[in-house]
Design a protein around this ligand. Structure first.
Ligand SMILES: [Mg+2]
Length: 307
C-alpha cells in the first residue's frame, strides 16, 4: 500500500491507517533512531512494539550496530522494556561470524571493531586477534621500522565500529588485505550516529578508510544487503509482501526493505526526514527512487493511538 509515496500516516483518515496496519504480519525494525537513542527508549516506542506483539505480529530488531552481541542487544531491549526474545534479534556482528562459519572458515580473523564481534566469533569457535586500543607509540618511522608486526594465518578482516581506530590498525588491515584470498567483511556502512549537536562518525567512515588503503571493496553484511535477513525469508518465517520494514535511515533501512520487497515506514526520530525524501523524489533517478519509503511518521509511538 502507498508504494514509495512517503505518505504521512497522520494525514490519513483513521480507518485508512487501521487498514494499513492490517496489511502486514511481520515487522523488521531498526533500533538506533527508531526504538531507542543510545540508552533511552524513544517516546512511545516500547508500548508500540509490545502492542504489535500483543496483536500477534512478528517483530524482529534488525540492527547494523556491531558493538553488541545478540545476547547483549537482547539484554538492552529487555532492560528498556521491550518484550523481545533471543531469536527476534538480528545483528551484523552475529551475521558476519555466521558468514565465515557457513564457508567453513578455519583461519584467523583480524578485527577492527569491538567485543561485539569477537564474542560472536568466539561463539562459533573462530580464532581472532582481539580488539582494543592499538595506538602509534611515537613516529611513523619507528612504527614501521620496529613496532609493526603482522600475525600469520590471517584469512579474514572484519571491520565494524571501533572507537580505537588508529593508524596501526589501518596499516595492519590493509596489509592483510593485500592478500587477495583474505576475506574482507564490513558489518555496515552507516556514515554517522543519530545524535543532536555532534557528528559521531559511524562504521561507514572506518570501512571507507580501510577500503581506500586496501584498494579493495568490502563485502557488506548489514543493511541494505538482503544477506542480513535472507534466512528469515528462505525459511518462510516472514513473507516479504506481508512484512513491514521500519527505519530512520533510507540508504540502509528503507533500501533493505525495497531490496527485499517489504513494505516500508520511515520514522522522523533519527537520521532522515521528509525533506530528504522530497529531494530524492524531485531527483527522480532509479537509485533515488529506491530510498523513498511507502509511508512516514514523525515517530513510531504515533501509531499507538490507532491500535
Ligand atoms: Mg537507525
Amino acid at each position: 500500500m502507498y508504494k514509495q509515496s512517503a505518505t504521512n500516516l497522520l494525514e490519513l483518515p483513521e480507518a485508512d491507517v487501521k487498514k494499513w496496519l492490517n496489511s502486514f504480519d511481520s515487522i523488521l525494525t531498526d533500533c538506533d533512531g527508531v526504538v531507542w537513542l543510545f540508552n533511552n527508549p524513544i517516546e512511545g516506542a516500547v508500548d508500540t512494539i509490545n502492542k504489535f506483539k500483543e496483536i500477534n505480529k512478528k517483530v524482529f530488531f534488525c540492527t547494523n550496530n556491531s558493538t553488541k552481541t545478540r545476547p547483549e542487544l537482547l539484554e538492552k531491549a529487555i532492560r528498556l522494556g521491550f518484550k523481545m526474545n533471543k531469536d527476534e534479534i538480528i545483528s551484523t556482528a552475529h551475521a558476519a561470524a555466521a558468514y565465515l562459519k557457513n564457508r567453513n572458515f578455519n583461519k584467523k580473523v583480524y578485527v577492527i571493531g569491538s567485543e561485539g564481534i569477537t564474542k560472536e566469533l568466539d561463539a562459533f569457535g573462530i580464532e581472532h586477534c582481539g580488539v582494543g586500543p592499538d595506538p602509534i607509540s611515537s613516529s611513523l618511522n619507528q612504527f614501521v621500522a620496529e613496532d609493526l608486526k603482522l600475525e600469520t594465518g590471517i584469512g579474514a578482516v572484519i571491520v565494524g565500529f571501533d572507537e580505537h581506530i588508529s593508524f596501526p590498525k589501518l596499516t595492519k588491515a590493509a596489509s592483510y588485505l593485500d592478500d587477495p584470498e583474505c576475506i574482507f567483511l564490513a558489518t555496515n556502512t552507516d556514515e554517522r550516529f543519530p545524535m543532536p549537536n555532534y557528528v559521531i562518525p559511524g562504521t561507514g567512515s572506518i570501512v571507507r578508510a580501510v577500503e581506500t588503503c586496501a584498494e579493495r571493496d568490502s563485502i557488506l553484511i548489514g543493511k541494505p544487503n538482503p544477506n542480513i535477513c535472507e534466512s528469515l525469508i528462505r525459511d518462510g518465517i516472514i513473507v516479504p509482501e506481508r512484512t513491514l520494514m521500519i527505519g530512520d535511515r533510507c540508504n540502509t533501512d528503507i533500501l533493505l526493505g525495497t531490496n527485499c520487497g517489504f513494505q516500508t515506514l520511515l520514522v522522523g526520530s533519527g537520521i532522515h526526514q521528509l525533506h530528504h525524501v522530497k529531494a530524492w523524489m524531485d531527483d527522480g533517478s532509479e537509485e533515488s527512487k529506491k530510498l523513498i519509503p511507502d509511508v512516514f511518521l514523525p515517530k513510531l509511538g504515533d501509531l499507538l493511538k490507532f491500535m
